[in-house]
Design a protein around this ligand. Structure first.
Ligand SMILES: Cc1cc2nc3c(=O)[nH]c(=O)nc-3n(C[C@H](O)[C@H](O)[C@H](O)COP(=O)(O)OP(=O)(O)OC[C@H]3O[C@@H](n4cnc5c(N)ncnc54)[C@H](O)[C@@H]3O)c2cc1C
Length: 378
């Protein structure tokens, strides 16, 4: 019996497990293979809806389905918090001490915003990267009477373009409510508006057109909720009426407790095979890797194809030689009911095009279609 355990049943974990269940159906039915997903919640959450929740364009029910309902019936689901991975025993140790043994382990535990790394941010800022934060921001925007909205970005973070999307959408939102004179101010830690240079160049033109102000080389070091200011490592201070932060992210604590990650809890991963460095039977995908590529659902999706192909091939006696080419695809909401997209890989940089209404409609449709892709149908 070959036991495959997926640690994390979010985007990457559900896609890999569903593809394995479909392709290895005969082996599973003969009792030769077992696939187990471990997820700490029995609810599967589609995080891109948080952006829309902040503008009251989506509600929590849009973003949630029972985890069981997105998994093939041949997959075993364990709902619980994994405490650590015990590599010596080839087992995942759960919070209650139960051990779940594996022959192959796939780690897809994602990432989390770490607002606690910036003093004053939890008290003084809004973070729409969690459902709770998105709903709080929705209420704050509904009560906003005008002034300066500051969007401050820290790296690394998941969804490479969500901060730019939020900035363009909030500008549109203010204009539609007669608050054209309110200011939108965006800060970014390096010397341009985005880590991907073509996106930075594109955003620079659109920000100028829409009268959005910005400051680069701004690494937010602290927030003063009383004075309503943010101060950067570089020594600059910016005042705000409403602060929206995309704080630097970290990998999950289970990675730290297992001794598998670097200082940020990111797992050293081979960029082509997606195997954990130095571990032949452990694969990593999605946000959890240390790869210098965008942490996005689409990244996890393309990586899932590689990991599942290689696992099926190895379980059937092959060497598992499919390589990940670094492919990422992201829609970019641009406000005014328009959107564009970027597609890139290790060899080809993104080339953002002019936004259109059609792409915006396609992004809205994709949000609904996600449930088919999580279930491995699309
Ligand atoms: C506001 C916002 C907008 C976004 N928009 C887009 C977009 O438009 N396009 C796009 O491609 N991406 C987008 N993303 C990013 C995307 O959601 C993530 O990159 C993606 O979910 C990563 O997939 P993953 O499988 O690595 O992790 P996740 O989907 O986060 O899944 C991780 C899973 O691991 C589980 N887990 C973690 N620790 C443990 C533990 N100790 N024990 C048990 N289970 C555990 C969690 O419960 C979770 O279910 C957006 C994200 C946000 C926040």
């Amino acid at each position: 019996m070959t036991r495959v355990v997926l640690l994390g049943g979010g985007v990457g974990g559900s896609m890999v497990s569903n593809q394995l269940a479909r392709q290895l159906k005969s082996e599973i039915l003969r009792g030769e293979v077992e696939i187990t997903v471990i997820n700490e919640s029995d609810v599967h959450v589609y995080q891109p809806y948080f952006l829309y929740m902040a503008f009251d364009q989506a509600v929590p029910a849009d973003a949630q389905r029972p985890e069981r309902s997105v998994l093939n019936h041949l997959i075993k689901l364990v709902v619980g918090h994994a405490e650590r991975v015990d590599r010596d025993a080839n087992a995942v140790v759960m919070g209650d001490g139960t051990k779940i043994p594996y022959d192959y382990l796939v780690i897809a535990t994602g990432s989390r915003p770490a607002p606690e790394t910036i003093p004053g941010l939890v008290e003084g800022g809004h973070i729409f990267y969690t459902q709770e934060g998105a709903l709080k921001l929705r209420d704050a925007l509904a009560e906003f009477k005008g002034g300066r909205i500051v969007v401050t970005v820290g790296v690394p973070h998941k969804c490479p373009v969500a901060p730019v999307e939020f900035t363009l959408m909030v500008r549109d939102w203010l204009n539609n409510r007669g608050m054209q004179s309110s200011e939108v101010f965006y800060t970014y830690p390096i010397g341009r508006l985005h880590s991907l240079e073509p996106v930075a160049n594109w955003a620079s033109g659109v920000f100028q057109e829409r009268n959005i102000n910005s400051q680069v080389f701004f690494n937010t070091e602290s927030v003063d909720p009383e004075k309503k200011t943010i101060t950067s490592l570089e020594g600059d201070t910016v005042s705000y009426d409403l602060l929206v932060a995309i704080p630097p992210h970290m990998g999950q604590d289970v990675i730290k407790r297992s001794g598998l990650g670097d200082a940020g809890n990111w797992i050293p991963t081979d960029r082509y095979s997606l195997q954990m460095e130095g571990a032949d039977n452990i694969y990593v995908l999605g946000d959890a890797t240390n790869l210098p590529i965008s942490k996005a659902g689409s990244t996890a999706h393309f990586e899932a194809d590689v990991v599942s192909s290689n696992l099926v091939n190895r379980i059937r006696g092959g060497r598992g030689s499919v390589r990940y080419d670094g492919k990422v695809f992201c829609f970019i909401e641009a406000g005014n009911d328009e959107a564009t997209y970027i597609k890139f890989d290790y060899q080809h940089p993104p080339k953002p095009q002019a936004p259109t209404e059609m792409i915006h409609l396609y992004k809205l449709a994709f949000n609904k279609m996600y449930w088919l892709s999580a279930a491995g149908i699309l």
